[in-house]
Design a protein around this ligand. Sequence first.
Ligand SMILES: Nc1nc2c(ncn2[C@@H]2O[C@H](COP(=O)(O)OP(=O)(O)OP(=O)(O)O)[C@@H](O)[C@H]2O)c(=O)[nH]1
Ligand SMILES: [Mg+2]
Length: 606
Amino acid sequence: MKVLLMGNPNVGKSVVFSRLTGTNVTSSNYPGTTVEYTKGKMNWKGQVIEIIDVPGTYTLEPTNKAEEVAVDMLKEGDLIINVVDATNLERNLNLTLQLLEKRVPVIVALNLWDEAKHKGIEIDVDKLSWHLGVPVIPTVAIKGNGIKDLIDNFDYRDIVIRNLKDGEERWAEIGRIIKDVQRIEHRHHSWLETLDDMSIRPVTGIPILLLVLYASFKIIRLIGEGLIGYVTEPFFDNLYGPLIARLSTILGSEGFLHDLLVGQLINGEIDFGQSFGLLTTGIFIPFASVLPYIIAFYFVLGLLEDTGYLPRLSVLVDNIMHRVGLHGFSVIPMILGFGCNVPAALAARNLESRREKFIASTLMAIAIPCMAQIAMILGLLGPHGARYIGYVFSILGAVWIIIGLMLNRLLPGFSSDLLLEIPPFRPPVIGIVAKKLWIRISNFLQEAVPLMLLGVFSVNLLYVFGVFDTLAVTIGPFLNRLFGLPDKAISALLMGFLRKDLAMGMLAPLGLTAKQLVTASTVLTIYFPCIATFAVLLRELGIIDMLKSTMIMLITTLIVGGFVNLTFSESGFTFTGWLIIVLVFIAIKYIPARVNGKELNSFTHN
Ligand SMILES: Nc1nc2c(ncn2[C@@H]2O[C@H](COP(=O)(O)OP(=O)(O)OP(=O)(O)O)[C@@H](O)[C@H]2O)c(=O)[nH]1
Ligand SMILES: [Mg+2]
């Protein structure tokens, strides 16, 4: 038996799913968290049944990919649990009535029942059930209330046939139902609602935004550095280190197996950052350098997501985003990208048009370094001074804006308006934040560690076969002239395809100057996404758009890398550098925008 969880976005389907199946899936306080369906199993009356968490959809006439997924699933279900937002009954019933036309048994979970009460919304459940002709069960998914009642109704098999001819008739019917079942009591604004208003109005919203960003950054560094200083470093120095040193001696301090597992000894000792053995650098980078920041970032992101702050950020930045051909909602893939580019590329799926998807994915892949890479940038550039880290981010920020402006002008078509639903502020539930953090950390480890080991292994292999030396001789001089990087940096660039944090790690033994590190960090970010992101982008954009996107990345790399090399001195940008940047911004103003009816065809809604 297959049970489908269907409903509007952000109504709690994924939380209900986790309750039913015990499987952990991500839930966040903004629409579009689930973009692909998730399957889970549960035991019901001694039989194993399948539960499917379907992406949120407003109607059964799909307008985007997530909604298409939802509609496709419909044919397979034996029972639909229609999760409905009790605080927003009117709009939610539109989907409910459409589902009731589909000849599949439906039961309604009237979720967010607690919030409806807080808001003074009263719904007569029995009357609603009578109107719809199906069971209606009030639930508070985050607390598990009503879930048992829901399960008790799983053998409901009646099919109510309704045939409302068109949308207009449906809305009229909804109007009648609402009038009969819902009462709204007037109440005073709670402090959350006041904060809610303040966070969206620009005058108060922008200071709040800056405060939130500053605090997030501080907290991420505090947690990240704290974990490194007090947990991972002591562990590697005092416990793991001696163990590996023993292994190194047993293996005779040299030879193929030693070099593969432990790596090269630096001045007769193991150096976890530079030895490049599977058990040294291969374990050290993901666990000691990167994991602490991943934990810190996802913890803060989880809070921002579950309070509902992220969508507010979308509204605030909507104006800026419009200038690069995106709407405010694209801020979510951008911010997710700072954690890992892979979920960010998936989140871009929710964007309206192919044009937006293209711009958002390209900008994200070009200018947003993932947390793993950022952690390594902090580690390598930090000792030279915080301002160099600032330079890397400013350069990437400028690239983001410039490429965005250019794409917006050069790509035909238009971008849609912001149709984002703003969820209410909610105090985050610590259990849900913790669970999500855990899912993301284990995803990181499952994905990163094997790739890291593969990377270290390939480095060793390529080294043994002299591939790096050959490349250093052939492509090296070109890199040298254009980017001012030593010949050997080519191997790091190559590895960047596999993992960018590993690539940054390969720069460590080269003794680069601050300027060279700034160039290498920007070039590594821009030139190509890592393999995991590439795979997702290829699937999401299709081969043609991905090729276009890749071309943009490569060209940008050559220009930006060369530019930094020419106009950046060890102490910062030279006057010429600043001048060129300003000139570029002015020049963009004169690129004619290609927004007219004729050219719409090549980049319109899909
Ligand atoms: N107060 C309250 N919050 C809830 C309840 N159910 C879910 N939430 C919160 O509502 C938000 C949305 O939940 P999700 O499970 O991600 O919603 P979804 O329907 O899966 O959303 P999409 O995947 O975007 O379609 C999260 O912040 C949940 O913690 C509830 O009964 N009461
Ligand atoms: Mg979901």
